[in-house]
Design a binder for this molecule. Sequence first.
Ligand code: COA
Length: 329
Amino acid sequence: MTRRRAKVAAVGTYVPERVVTNDDLSLNLDTSDEWIGTRTGIRQRRIAADGQAASDLGAEAARRALKAAQAQPGELDMIITASLSPDMLFPATASLISGLIGAGSPAAFDISAACTGFIYALAAGESFIASGRADKVLVVGAEAVSKMIDWSDRATAVLFGDGAGAVLLEPASGEGEGIIGFDLGNDPAGAAELSLPAGGSRLPASQETVSGRQHFLRMNGREVFRFATRIVSESARRVVEGHGLRMEDVDIFIPHQANIRIIDVAARKLGFEPGKVFSNIERYGNTSCASIPLCLDEAERQGRLRKGDLVLMTGFGAGLSWGSCLARW
Ligand code: COA
């Protein structure tokens, strides 16, 4: 029996209104637009308002995806949310989004795979559709990372931004269209390189964890950079060649937006000319699980992602984890 294929039927995105430029950051941090721009490619990012959590951003992206698909919230069989800045440890942010959009009682759960989460969530949703256990799955990457950032740490504060993107997965109907396959992996040896140490069962909240600033994201930037510049091209190549295709067949490459230098290195290793590589990091920074759907939406609006295109998406992040998805749009 052939596997039932899933396709992305619609995309919806939402970013908070507040724009924070590099110059704004340099008012309170020992940094500059010049340093951030040349080292990362980032010029500005969106920052969620006080009281605006990941589920609020995710719900708006979800509503927009459903509107684009002309589907009703009540038709959803399942909501999967990927986030490293969930509203709470539990209940799942997917469950909260379900309530906010009035979806009734679909299955709802979260995926924790840091910035690779969107690709893992896409793989989970695709599997539910392939097995026939679900027909309409909403995959939401929703991040209010700004709430997890130590705004006095210039090494991390300049990198991240908030936003959300949602895709509606449905069974594919056209010949050859839809998700072709995935490459997923994780290297636990790098677990300490990128983490939010406290607030879980390892280091429960205490006076010490608060005064030690252990409830904020911590990162060894150089190690993560080294990992990313290796893994993006390896994983991308595995998923393309593993399905009998060539890199030249790819119409558009959408990598996780963490640093323009990581993207450039990967593109060069994979032999992509700049026109095939999509990036909007300049305006949003690293929005973690939201970065790939934010790119999908923009690429489609700009006419750079069209029906029938072969699209390659690659994410990476804490774990250290990685994931690639290959799809015929
Ligand atoms: N503004 C100004 N100077 C800064 C700075 C900032 N925001 N952050 C760090 N610096 C300084 C450092 O203190 C260091 O100074 P020193 O040479 O006097 O010690 C210098 O700049 C170089 O720091 P370094 O860490 O070597 O810079 P880098 O070229 O490696 O760039 C990152 C740093 C974080 C941009 C880069 O390592 C990176 O992008 N890593 C991957 C991060 C990532 O992708 N994380 C998310 C994964 S999902």
